[in-house]
Design a protein around this ligand. Structure first.
Ligand code: PGA
Length: 254
């Protein structure tokens, strides 16, 4: 069954004390609240993962890392591997974020390797796809996201997909205040779903959650989450304040 997920991508924000404060505030916001089956995830920076995971123990909020290296260990100065991230308390990893693709040159081929490394450790992968503005203007957005999914994920066996969540993030909507309309999100999500179904069949497709990301906030979350093929959100800016993040989660209120 597709799951409802709201994940906060803290990006390169928050010192250790600030991360702990945000985790504590989120804990307070969620205390005694019905989440209506929504899975909540936060992704702090690497150095704060352990402390945040400890602070959120018992709350049901899962902790993700924002990247991993494709190797398990070795002479890769400055990098963090899947086993290391897992040992710090992460159960998930965000891969293929457009900022990683854009600023760190991550390619589909590399992301395929990183996905394998994550799945080998039992980390769930939140895999990001999305077109840049020029691609949308040229009407290539369907094609672009389709290629990203195929190139990085279609080598996986069907059973691996139970640990894959997709996140459609149009790059022109990330951090810009400009959101895709619910209709734009829906049509791309439906397309991605059809692409996955064509390769793996309905059974796999019906298990895959597809999140929307890109200036999703307390004001627009409800309308976006209401679309039949939108299973939640990957939230940047609005995840940095506990009350805002909670309000986004409430976009799913039953
Ligand atoms: P934003 O970021 O919500 O600040 O646009 C989303 C993301 O990059 O995951």
């Amino acid at each position: 069954m597709r799951r409802k997920i709201v994940a906060g991508n803290w990006k390169m924000n928050k010192t250790l004390p600030e991360s702990l404060e945000l985790a504590e505030n989120l804990k307070k916001e969620l205390e005694g609240q019905c989440l209506c089956g929504v899975e909540v995830v936060v992704a702090p920076v690497f150095t704060n993962v352990y402390a945040v995971a400890e602070a959120l123990k018992g709350t049901g909020v899962a902790v993700a890392v924002q990247n991993i290296h494709q190797m398990k260990s070795g002479a890769y100065t400055g990098e963090v591997s899947a086993p290391i991230a897992k040992s710090a308390g992460a159960t998930k990893v965000i891969l293929g974020h457009s900022e990683r693709r854009q600023y760190f040159g991550e390619t589909d081929a590399l992301l395929a390797e990183k996905t394998d490394a994550a799945l080998a450790e039992g980390l769930e992968v939140i895999f990001c796809i999305g077109e840049v503005l020029e691609e949308r203007k040229a009407g290539k957005h369907f094609e672009v996201v389709e290629e990203q999914v195929k190139n990085a994920l279609f080598h996986l066996p069907a059973e691996a997909w139970k640990n894959i969540v997709l996140a459609y993030e149009p790059v022109w909507a990330i951090g810009t205040g400009e959101t895709a309309t619910p209709e734009q999100a829906e049509e791309i999500h439906a397309h991605i779903r059809a692409v996955v179904a064509e390769k793996y069949g309905k059974e796999v497709d019906e298990e895959v959650s597809i999140l929307y990301g890109g200036s999703c906030n307390p004001k627009n979350a409800k309308e976006i989450f209401a679309k039949p093929n939108v299973d939640g959100g990957l939230i940047g800016g609005a995840s940095l304040k506990a009350a805002d993040f909670k309000a986004v989660i409430d976009g799913f209120k039953c």
